[in-house]
Design a protein around this ligand. Structure first.
Ligand SMILES: Cc1cc2nc3c(=O)[nH]c(=O)nc-3n(C[C@H](O)[C@H](O)[C@H](O)COP(=O)(O)OP(=O)(O)OC[C@H]3O[C@@H](n4cnc5c(N)ncnc54)[C@H](O)[C@@H]3O)c2cc1C
Length: 379
């Protein structure tokens, strides 16, 4: 039996599907229009036992492994949710792990417990206006002053930032380069923290995104996450989880668009026959299925190796690019086979087409993934 198909994971999958069909799918169009998710959804997801999956019980989570978290994301998308919904409802999947791993009990009680209970929201703030792919070039500075730090700088494109209560922020505490970066926990109501209006985006419309500015923000020294100047390595350590999650979101989006397209081509008639009766259409959906299955099979195999403790730095990058390429192909063809209806906002594949464009940009771009693979090949 595959590690993705145990009795427990089948039950978890069923519970994520039930939750999506009852609490997400009927409201998603309205949340896309509103540009945000209701806080109540976080509480409901916590009550349904989904929000804390993959986080230890000592930190307020439900326990389980990264595969459990990914099963939930996969099923939410395949049951009628979206990658944008997953990105926003589970922003703590990128915002919390460094803090939980560092194991500072006071911070875990203050941040992780209420976030995993659906009461509070945490964002991860790494990207800056002049430092995205080049994380080591970030310039937001935290200067030690008495019993704390004073933070000045700006962060850009931060998911869930207009709603977040807490921010896990990458700051420069030391010299230039990778060795001078730390992680600090900032709070929304600290004097000097400003959150911009929601940024207007192509997709992920239900997921709010904002810019943060920090002007002389005083942060207690106890808000340091992990060791001072070891933040870059903590960030890199968590990138595998984020990249594999984006790969899962990509193949799950492809699977959902394939399912929607199969139903459509059986139903839609042109020139007196269903679209599905044309060989060119049959071959197109077969190719969509092939690319989706290859992406899923490869990504899951890499995740299994990662969970087994193998060094999969290069394979994670290859999985992300493989799944994103499959998703790009499938969403494009799903829209094409839906014809004019594929271009309409009321059509689900139209949303996936826009939403999925970010998957090859966020969490490390396609080009940066290729760079990692090339460097390791030629090292
Ligand atoms: C909707 C959305 C949500 C996001 N959420 C978050 C979040 O929650 N937290 C967060 O910290 N960040 C977030 N980001 C930021 C995201 O991670 C960055 O946009 C991404 O890492 C790329 O950085 P950049 O935008 O600065 O692009 P750049 O680094 O400026 O890259 C521009 C282009 O140049 C290419 N490029 C860069 N360097 C090289 C090179 N050496 N060789 C070849 N090509 C290169 C890139 O691949 C890309 O095509 C989000 C972004 C978006 C759009």
């Amino acid at each position: 039996m595959s590690s993705w198909d145990t009795d427990e994971r089948r039950a978890l999958r069923a519970s994520a599907r039930r939750f999506t069909e009852a609490e997400i799918a009927p409201h998603l169009a309205a949340w896309e229009e509103a540009g945000t998710l209701p806080r109540e959804l976080h509480r409901k997801a916590a009550a349904a036992g989904l929000l804390g999956v993959g986080f230890p019980e000592e930190a307020g989570g439900q326990g389980g492994s990264a595969i459990d978290t990914l099963v939930v994301a996969e099923e939410i998308i395949q049951a009628g949710g979206s990658s944008g919904l997953v990105a926003s409802l589970f922003t703590h999947g990128i915002g919390l792990p460094h803090l939980v791993e560092a194991g500072n009990k006071a911070l875990v009680d203050k941040v992780a417990r209420p976030v995993l209970a659906g009461e509070k929201i945490v964002s991860l703030a790494i990207t800056e206006p002049d430092a995205g792919s080049d994380v080591a070039g970030l310039t937001t500075r935290a200067v030690r002053d008495g019993d704390g730090y004073v933070v000045d700088g700006a962060k850009l494109y931060i998911t869930s930032a207009t709603r977040a209560d807490f921010f896990t922020v990458a700051v420069r505490t030391g010299g230039d380069g990778v060795g001078g970066i730390s992680l600090l926990l900032l709070e929304r109501d600290m004097p000097g923290v400003t959150v911009s209006a929601p940024l207007k985006k192509m997709g992920w419309l239900c997921s709010d995104t904002a810019e943060l500015t920090f002007a002389g923000v005083r942060v207690p020294a106890e808000h340091l996450i992990g060791e001072e100047n070891a933040g870059f390595y903590a960030i890199m350590g968590q990138f595998a989880a984020e990249r594999l999650s984006l790969a899962v979101q990509a193949y799950a989006t492809a699977q959902r668009c394939l399912d929607l397209t199969l139903a459509w081509v059986r139903d839609r008639r042109t020139f007196g026959r269903p679209l599905a009766s044309r060989q060119v259409v049959q071959h197109r959906v077969a190719e969509m299925a092939r690319q989706t299955d290859v992406a899923r099979t490869y990504t899951r195999a890499v995740i299994d190796d990662w969970q087994a403790g193998k060094n999969v730095l290069s394979q994670v990058a290859m999985a992300k690019n493989t799944a994103v390429a499959a998703c790009d192909f499938v969403v494009d063809n799903a829209v094409q086979l839906h014809g004019g209806m594929g271009y309409m906002r009321e059509t689900e594949v139209e949303r996936h087409y826009r939403d999925s464009r970010i998957l090859g940009i966020g969490g490390g771009t396609n080009e940066i993934m290729t760079e990692i693979v090339a460097k390791l090949l030629l090292a």
